[in-house]
Write a new protein. Sequence first.
Length: 194
Amino acid sequence: MHHDQLSSPIDRFAAGIIRRKARQLVEQARLGHHDREDFEQELTRRLLERLPAYDPARGDWKAFITTVVERATASMHRDRRAAKRGPGTLISLSEVIDSCEGGVILLADALTPRDRAARRGLDTWPEQELVQLRADVTEVVAELPPKLRQLAQQLKSKSLAAVARELGIPRTTLREWVREIRIRFEQRGLRNYL
């Protein structure tokens, strides 16, 4: 570690990554820009906690900073998503509830076949709706410009990171392309299927 990094561990490099990742968190959570400062402070705190673990013999300073901030960002994003689900939202299917007929039944008995299938992650769409959805998606993808069509096809079976590596295109560029694809799906009334 350089002498200036010992006296001021949050150097320009670290501050830049923290700002960028805080901005990402704000955009992902669709929050106001006033929340960015809170995220920056939290990322800074987490980085400062991890600094004693830095060993220059094991790795580069910038790689260490990048890894710590990216992991903290991922944890914060995951924690925010988990908080949205909220405490107390889980309820046992063995819970007794009032029935429409005036008696009591188990919650499990009140579920529709579609609800039961959804709990198991099974697709319960009527075949006709699935056929129409496939046709609509195929049509929208066919109308995309070649670069967006290629990306849409590859994202069927690969992650964005894998496609970026394979094509040699930055993920930030591909995210913009995905945004363009989403806009086109939304324009065709297919927002719920993205």
